[in-house]
Design a protein around this ligand. Structure first.
Ligand code: ZN
Length: 270
């Protein structure tokens, strides 16, 4: 954890513990989802996946821009980065109403995710994806909120004057934010319901379960033609089963090439 200028920068692994120590003095019922559009992975000068620009330089740059717009401080409460780091705005801490969505900031928390996640823009790194899911899950836990499209809201679901649309509507929405390709699915309510919200819900369940990755009741039996042949696990809504046991039980051959990291399944006559 590093404090410099107007920001506190921390690793994903530090956030839950830090948040547990914070006293929330206002009612927060909505967590906004934004992308910064600019700065983005290009302005961060990514070389082999590592940004050459300092986190604090990026953060102070955003703050200076917001101040130049006449705002009282950094617009957002929290910022996430491509390397998974999280920054807290010290001039807009969790108890300060953000400047995130004009006309819709009361009772809201503003989270800006650095990147341009419109189609044709940046492809979100796995590190940032994991941090974002964890961040919203920790906030749900702390604020007593259930992940839903009413508690985790995309900027695009509002008009320019802050009227709630509840979905992205080209021409009516003020912006495409958090991006027409956010989470690889887009900025619509349906996209959020099928991708991002379940991911946050699964992470919240994992946290409430003590943070362990595999629960006993997440172990599933795998049956082939009525006979139990192996066990698999369900983790974050995805079922993992041992492919070799299943394929061989179905009479197929399984080969794994460690060099190309390729599993090849072949069945004669198929
Ligand atoms: Zn936005």
């Amino acid at each position: 954890m590093q404090k410099k200028g107007n920001f506190l920068l921390m690793d994903k692994s530090e956030f839950r513990g830090w948040l547990a120590g914070q006293k929330i003095t206002r009612t927060i019922t909505k967590m906004q989802v934004h992308h910064t559009a600019s700065p983005n992975y290009v302005t961060r000068r990514m070389v082999n996946g590592v940004a050459q620009q300092d986190h604090f330089a990026c953060l102070e740059g955003m703050r200076n821009y917001h101040l130049s717009e006449g705002w009282s401080g950094t617009g957002q409460n929290i910022t996430t980065f491509e390397d998974g780091k999280i920054a807290i705005s010290l001039d807009r801490d969790l108890n300060a109403t953000p400047a995130g969505i004009r006309g819709a900031n009361t009772g809201a928390l503003c989270i800006e995710n650095v990147g341009n996640f419109d189609k044709g823009g940046d492809t979100m790194t796995p590190a940032q994806r994991e941090t974002i899911v964890h961040l919203y899950a920790c906030l749900c836990e702390k604020l007593g909120l259930t992940p839903s499209v009413n508690t985790i809201v995309y900027h695009a679901w509002y008009t320019a004057d802050g009227t709630w649309l509840g979905d992205y509507s080209a021409g009516k929405s003020s912006k495409t934010c958090p991006g027409t390709n956010f989470w690889g699915a887009g900025n619509t309510k349906a996209a959020a319901q099928s991708t991002f919200i379940p991911a946050v819900a699964a992470e919240l369940a994992r946290l409430k379960n003590g943070g362990s990755d595999v629960k006993k009741d997440e172990i599933v039996a795998v049956k082939v033609n009525g006979k139990k042949i192996a066990e698999g696990i369900v983790d974050c809504g995805v079922t993992y089963i041992p492919v070799r046991a299943v394929a061989e039980a179905l009479g197929a051959n399984v080969a794994y090439d460690a060099k190309t990291k390729m599993v090849t399944i072949t069945k004669e006559g198929a």
